[in-house]
Design a protein around this ligand. Structure first.
Ligand code: UD1
Length: 430
């Protein structure tokens, strides 16, 4: 697998554009199954998860084409296909978002239990509970979800789980309900911006949805949905990662196309660390603090600090002047990055669901292994700040979720290069 070689210690500076949101793009591409007309999504990031979902959709009879301008065109050409490819679904959890649309539009679906990042327990009970409430007959056999329905029927569905609402579960149930007969009311719905964006796309198909962005979403089913052209929101997680890169290297970076309104919690944390922020409507400039102050943060569902930024903020905290406390209530086991950060000299203690980080004066380059998408980002950030050379191994996870991250960081002055798998192996990196 490819690796990244980073020579740390250079403060990042310059301007960089934020890509379209991965977590908005994926359920939207799956939602194209619902539509009887052509769908064009503008601003779809070019990353591995999008490519994997494109392959999956092609095998489900959806023609998918990316053009040179970053738009993806989707059109249903063979609605008889209902079986999702096992190997492709195993690569990414979000591919499970095809279940609701398949069931609603094609009345049958066979979808393997999903894979994805190793960030702790990731059940799908709420997805199945929601679709069953809409009248689907669902069985789980030998690792496959086998679902069928005549026409789905609107119902009251609660999607609140022990760790908060489910994001992709809300996407699945909301998408399916657009073609159900009657009214569906989802309570305990996720209010993440990506869910609002999906709802807005579905509305542009002709769906009747109200309450998106609140915990109660009401969907009046319609008989048919048409095509649409729609621009995806910018990626708040990528934006936060780039801000953390500026903060940890003591740099000054301006983000273009920044979704400032979706980043309030993260921006407040960076400000509390002593970073100076200049926030315009679509642009943010961060000037790093001379001395970063420690933080006490808890990752929560939106509008709280995203669990997807927890590991990056942890990386920044490794160099703060004092002791930080990091808790994750969405994925309490999402702390695989800690052990790897320790390899670079971080002083971290882990307890169930949280970590204590005692800031050190300096991190030192080392070889670290990426274990999941956002953990990989945290290691890259630590490498950018560390003294000497850091190698981040197994960056397939990073490629899953970031569009050309190393190119963007290099454009800000970072010394970072990709070692192709063969070259990495030649120098003993696997
Ligand atoms: C989505 C995001 C992911 C992010 C996560 C939380 C996409 C493609 N992925 O993942 O980047 O980290 O939201 O913001 O949008 N749960 C249940 N039962 C279920 C489903 C989930 O108990 O059926 C639990 C999970 O274990 C977790 C919590 O609910 O503790 C939130 O998970 P969920 O919102 O479903 O995460 P994803 O939608 O998979």
């Amino acid at each position: 697998m490819d690796a990244l070689r980073i020579k740390g210690g250079i403060p990042l500076s310059g301007r960089v554009a934020v890509s379209g949101s991965k977590n908005a793009a994926l359920p939207m591409m799956a939602a194209a199954i619902l539509s009887d007309g052509p769908v064009t999504l503008d601003g779809v990031p070019d990353l591995l998860d999008v490519q994997t979902l494109s392959s999956l959709l092609s095998r489900l009879g959806v023609a998918v084409r990316r053009d040179g301008a970053g738009s993806v065109h989707l059109e249903n050409i063979d609605p008889a296909l209902i079986r999702a490819d096992r190997r492709l679904v195993a690569r990414m959890r979000a591919s499970f978002c095809v279940l609701g649309p398949l069931l609603a539009r094609r009345r049958r679906a066979v979808v393997p239990l999903p894979g994805g990042c190793a960030i702790g327990e990731r059940p799908i009970d709420l997805h199945l509970h929601g679709l069953t409430a809409l009248g689907a007959d669902i069985r789980v056999r030998r690792g496959y979800v086998i679902a069928r329905a005549r026409r789905l029927v609107g119902a009251k569905v609660n999607l609140l789980g022990p760790h908060g609402p489910t994001v992709t579960g809300t996407a699945n149930v909301m998408s399916a309900a657009t073609l159900a007969r009657g009214v569906t009311t989802i309570t305990g719905a996720a209010i993440e911006p990506e869910i609002v964006d999906l709802a807005n796309l579905l509305v542009s198909f002709g769906a009747r949805i109200a309450g998106q962005g609140t915990s109660t979403i009401e969907i009046h089913g319609v008989d048919q949905l048409g095509g649409a052209r729609y621009r995806i929101i910018p990626d708040r997680i990528e934006a936060a990662t780039l801000m953390c890169a500026a903060a940890i290297t003591g740099g000054s970076v301006t983000l273009r196309n920044a979704p400032t309104e979706h980043m309030q919690a993260v921006l407040a944390v960076l400000e509390s660390m002593g970073c100076m922020l200049d926030i315009q409507e679509r642009e943010i400039t961060l000037r790093a603090a001379d001395v970063t102050r420690p933080i006490r943060i808890t990752a929560l569902p939106y509008p709280g600090i995203p669990t997807d930024v927890q590991s990056q903020l942890t990386a920044v905290a490794t160099l703060a002047a004092g002791c930080s406390r990091i808790e994750d209530r969405v994925f309490p086991d999402r702390f695989h990055h800690l052990r790897e950060l320790v390899r670079l000299g971080a002083d971290i203690r882990r307890a169930p669901g949280r970590a204590s980080v005692r800031g050190v004066m300096q991190l030192t380059g080392a070889t670290a292994t990426a274990t999941d998408l956002r953990a990989s980002a945290a290691l890259v950030l630590a490498g950018l700040a560390a003294d000497g050379e850091t190698i981040v191994r197994r960056i397939r996870h990073l490629d899953r979720g970031y569009e050309r991250l190393e190119e963007k960081l290099a454009s800000l002055g970072a010394r970072i290069e990709r070692m192709k798998a063969r070259n990495a192996a030649a120098v003993g990196v696997r």
